[in-house]
Design a protein around this ligand. Structure first.
Ligand code: XMP
Length: 518
């Protein structure tokens, strides 16, 4: 792999993704990694990320300088560039001349691998207070700006490179070229990491992990569990059983997509547990959002565990071999954000269900734990999963249950499913699926307003449209949908959905609003 050393800024994940976009596999490691640990990972290259500190600040993230002597090509970025400069005998100074945002830089003329093929004047994205004031001995200065004499340097013999700016940021005009020059030209790493390789590699890994063991996977209808199960199925076929819980809070057509389209595309063995009645009964008369969430969570776990227990019993009766493995669709950002632990973890299953031994433990199978979301989608497509599943927008676990403001009834769910289906169809027809992050459709079941339709007065419910744009759902802005599209959606819903006489648009960002209404 290429190791991306994290100095504590938010940039390491972005760099890791850009490296992968250059078809080179990358892994994020902590800055405290030692030279021996690096050598053990046998990396083909190292990229040092930016960071929030000054290299001279008390408690600034450190880096083992012996790593520069391993003969592995290194690219230092921003803070990583300054770490490299100080470690190798150069100088970093508080010049008082900070640079933030788009900055013009002048690239020195002459041949150099890192900036090869780039114009002499270009715009880069900067974010730094300190500057490298003197390059280490043996290093050539490759670029400068008005306030930074050493904005990039190189030692071709040792294959050590650095840039003050952020090549991973899209505002840097030739950023991806810098990364690719480093990876392919300077370090000589071939561009051969792709979905096909990932699938082959994971299939081999899954086979090695589970052998002839039996595996269970809960499908939610979402992207991650769908792709994880498809990968596992490709590796071990019918040793895998998938469980899909229909709790009645799903959107129109979701169950059919899983039961028919997904099963047809993958051939997985699927058990659907139909608990729609049970969920409705448990939710009857409940309108407080937190209580709803708690009930839905509790019922879901109970259902899934019951199904597990039955399957485990069945498997044991069949050939005495119980189910030992559980598939989880854990993604790389979860792994990195929780400290990057490696290997398989044992989780203890809840034992509030009869039939499960006290100490039953599943070994986890997590074939997506090295991947980012967009890579998971690419792999899903490569595995032949239907686009409606692979391109699906985020949908909350509690489903439509938290999109009905008021208590939940079957009729209200049907009404909301109908309205939601219209909105999704119109957004898709308008080509906006890739533009919006998600668009919750909310039924205000406790609100009624007067309207007029045909010759008569109506007294119906409003439907709220909540289209949002976001990077990560932590913050969001309301999406400016075209008026014509809004008009079409509004007409269709009020004409086609019985009991709805108004459509309103939520124009609140997050914060202060959340994306969902409950
Ligand atoms: P909020 O409403 O908090 O939502 O702005 C942020 C993102 O999380 C989704 N969401 C959930 N996802 N279980 C989930 O799996 C939940 O209970 C849940 N609640 C909200 C929401 O759809 C949005 O993408």
């Amino acid at each position: 792999p290429v190791l991306v050393v994290d100095f504590g800024a938010q940039y390491a994940q972005l760099i890791a993704r850009r490296v992968r976009e250059a078809s080179v596999y990358s892994e994020i490691v902590a800055h405290s990694i030692t030279a021996a640990e690096v050598a053990a990972k046998n990396p083909v290259g190292i990229v040092l990320s930016g960071g929030p500190s000054s290299v001279y600040a008390e408690g600034a993230p450190t880096f083992d300088p012996a790593i520069f002597d391993l003969g592995i090509p290194v690219l230092g970025i921003c803070y990583g560039f300054q770490v490299m400069a100080t470690a190798l005998g150069g100088e970093v100074a508080h010049t008082g001349l900070s640079e933030y945002g788009s900055t013009p830089v002048t690239v020195a003329t002459g041949e150099n691998v890192l900036l090869a093929g780039q114009p002499n004047e270009q715009t880069v994205w900067m974010s730094h207070g300190d500057s490298v004031s003197r390059a280490p001995e043996g290093f050539a200065v490759l670029a400068s700006t008005d306030s930074t004499p050493v904005a990039a340097f190189a030692n071709d013999d040792r294959r050590l490179y650095g840039v003050q700016w952020h090549p991973e940021v899209k505002h840097t005009e030739f950023g991806q070229d810098v990364l690719e020059n480093f990876l392919h030209r300077a370090a000589g790493i071939p561009a051969d990491w792709n979905s096909g390789n990932v699938i082959a590699e994971q299939v081999a890994k899954i086979r090695a992990q589970v052998g002839t063991g039996k595996v269970i996977c809960g499908l939610s209808g979402g992207v991650d569990s769908a792709v994880a199960a498809a990968l596992v199925h490709k590796a071990i076929g019918d040793q895998l059983v998938c469980v899909f819980v229909d709790h009645g809070l799903l959107r129109q057509d979701e169950r059919r997509q899983v039961e028919e389209d997904y099963v047809k595309a993958t051939g997985v063995r699927l058990v659907t547990v139909d608990v729609r009645e049970q969920f409705l009964a448990a939710l009857e008369g409940v309108s407080d959002p937190e209580t709803k969430r708690k009930i839905i969570g509790r019922e879901f776990i109970r259902t899934f565990e019951q199904a597990q227990a039955e399957l485990i019993k069945e498997a044991a009766e069949l050939d005495g071999d119980p189910i030992r493995f559980l598939v989880q669709g854990t993604l790389y950002p979860d792994v990195v954000e929780s400290g990057g632990g490696s290997g398989t973890a044992n989780i203890k299953s809840h034992h509030n269900v009869g039939g499960l031994p006290e100490d039953l433990k599943f070994e986890l199978v997590e074939p997506l734990r090295t991947l980012f979301k967009d890579e998971v989608r690419a792999i899903g497509a490569e595995l032949g999963l239907p686009p409606e599943i692979v391109q699906r927008q985020p949908f909350p676990g509690p489903g439509l249950g938290i999109r009905i403001v008021g208590s939940i009834t079957f009729e209200r769910l049907e009404l909301l499913r109908h309205a939601d289906a219209i909105v999704r169809a119109e957004l898709t027809a308008a080509g906006l699926d890739g533009v919006i992050w998600q668009c919750p459709v909310v039924l205000l079941a406790d609100v009624r307003s007067v309207g007029v339709q045909g010759d008569g007065r109506t007294y119906g419910h409003p439907i709220v449209l909540r289209p949002v744009s976001s990077e990560d759902a932590m913050t969001a802005d309301w999406t400016r949908l075209p008026y014509d599209l809004l008009a079409r959606i509004s007409n269709r819903i009020t004409n086609e959905v019985d009991g709805v006489n108004r459509v309103v648009l939520d124009v609140t960002s997050k914060p202060p609003g959340t994306i969902e209404w409950e």
